[in-house]
Write a protein that binds this ligand. Structure first.
Ligand code: ATP
Length: 353
């Protein structure tokens, strides 16, 4: 699927500002962006629920929306899964799924059999005769998934499908969506504002801000090499500290932060100098004793909060030059004690202050 120059304005507000997006057949793309960045507008335009003001959409070589051509939503080879499930309340579960096959010239028995297989694939065999209100939220979303895949569409669109579910169920259903989408062979586009969901699901992520794609890449590329502080901030930070670049050590900048010296990776290709803001990934932090000998790459601080996380504890540490949260240690520290944070330079991203 290829989108070129997708633009949409509402009055004076620009929801989409010339978005280009390509998804290779069979790949799972996640569009990650904050509220209001244009995610839903883009998805609705691709589905044909709304028209772009400008821009084109192609499925393979076939124009779906281009100039005066616009294939109506129901004739696009697309299925969509919504946040609020959007099941027909007056139809049974089986009828909801069969509805997606209405345009196929199939006999009733063939339709019923395909719907039953799809329900089995999402773990709902035996529930076909129930009505949506007789199911839990998670089960309703599974019906919506079965309905989306039953007709084997070329493109699956997901509009924050997990956001109405509680944490445990969200994780389980995320795995099911990932498996189902990939085994169906469809191309998938999934929108979310949740970076952990995006990282877990995506073959590729596109980060959207103010109606523009600001970065595209694999989850690893986006996490390790965010193109700007916005992307870094939106994909998980412990916090930031302020410092001054004093030199270079291999691929790293040497940065003086108060009395400490740490290494950081230049967040931009052309390097950094002078005053910098170092954005720190939580995974780059480790607590060491305040009595430990001072070492390069350590930052002095004081523990201000502790949260138990099952496999250990996340600490909030105040340094003289910024606060870092999510600093992990297997044992719990005490509040108000002095400590040092050992920093992995690959997770410290220096941007001009
Ligand atoms: N029907 C509409 N009329 C006017 N403005 C709209 C309309 N739909 C969306 N917008 C505006 O377009 C921008 C993008 O909205 P969109 O819903 O696509 O964002 P989003 O990234 O999906 O946000 P969210 O995560 O909150 O759903 C926002 O500024 C929004 O206020």
């Amino acid at each position: 699927m290829v989108v070129r120059g997708a633009t949409k304005r509402y009055g004076r507000a620009t929801a989409l500002d010339g978005v280009d997006l390509e998804i290779e057949p069979g790949r799972f793309m996640v569009l990650l962006g904050p509220s209001g960045s244009g995610k839903t507008t883009l998805l609705r335009g691709i589905a044909g629920i709304e028209a772009f003001d400008d821009g084109t959409v192609h499925f393979g070589d076939t124009p779906i929306s281009s100039g005066r051509t616009s294939v109506p939503a129901e004739r696009r080879d697309v299925a969509m899964v919504f946040q609020d499930y959007a099941l027909w309340p007056h139809m049974t579960v089986a009828q909801n799924v069969e509805y997606a096959l209405r345009r196929r010239s199939l006999q009733g028995s063939a339709r019923r059999s395909l719907a039953a297989t799809a329900l089995e694939r999402v773990g709902l065999d035996g529930l076909g005769a129930r009505y949506p209100h007789e199911l839990s939220g998670g089960q309703q979303q599974r019906v919506a998934l079965a309905r989306a895949v039953v007709a084997e569409p070329a493109l699956l669109l997901f509009d924050e499908p997990l956001s109405n579910l509680d944490a445990d169920l969200r994780e389980r259903l995320r795995v099911e969506i990932s498996t189902l989408a990939r085994s169906s062979g469809a191309t998938s586009l999934y929108i979310t504002h949740d970076q952990s969901e995006a990282f877990a699901l995506a073959d590729e992520i596109a980060v959207l801000r103010d109606g523009r794609v600001v970065q595209r890449g694999t989850p690893e590329e986006v996490y390790r090499h965010p193109v700007n502080p916005f992307v870094a901030g939106f994909t998980g930070l412990a916090g930031a500290v302020e410092g001054t670049v004093t030199g270079v050590a291999g691929p790293y900048a040497v940065v003086r932060v108060g009395d400490d010296e740490i290494l950081a990776r230049p967040g931009l290709l052309d390097g950094v100098s002078g005053d910098v803001r170092i954005l720190v990934r939580p995974t780059a932090t480790r607590l060491v004793s305040g009595d430990a000998p001072e070492a390069s790459g350590h930052l002095a601080g004081r523990v201000v909060d502790i949260a138990f996380r099952g496999r250990g504890y996340d600490h909030v540490v105040e340094t003289a030059h910024g606060r870092l949260a999510g600093v992990f240690a297997e044992r719990s520290w005490r509040r108000d004690v002095g400590c040092r944070i050992a920093l992995d330079p690959d997770g410290c991203l220096a941007f001009p202050a």
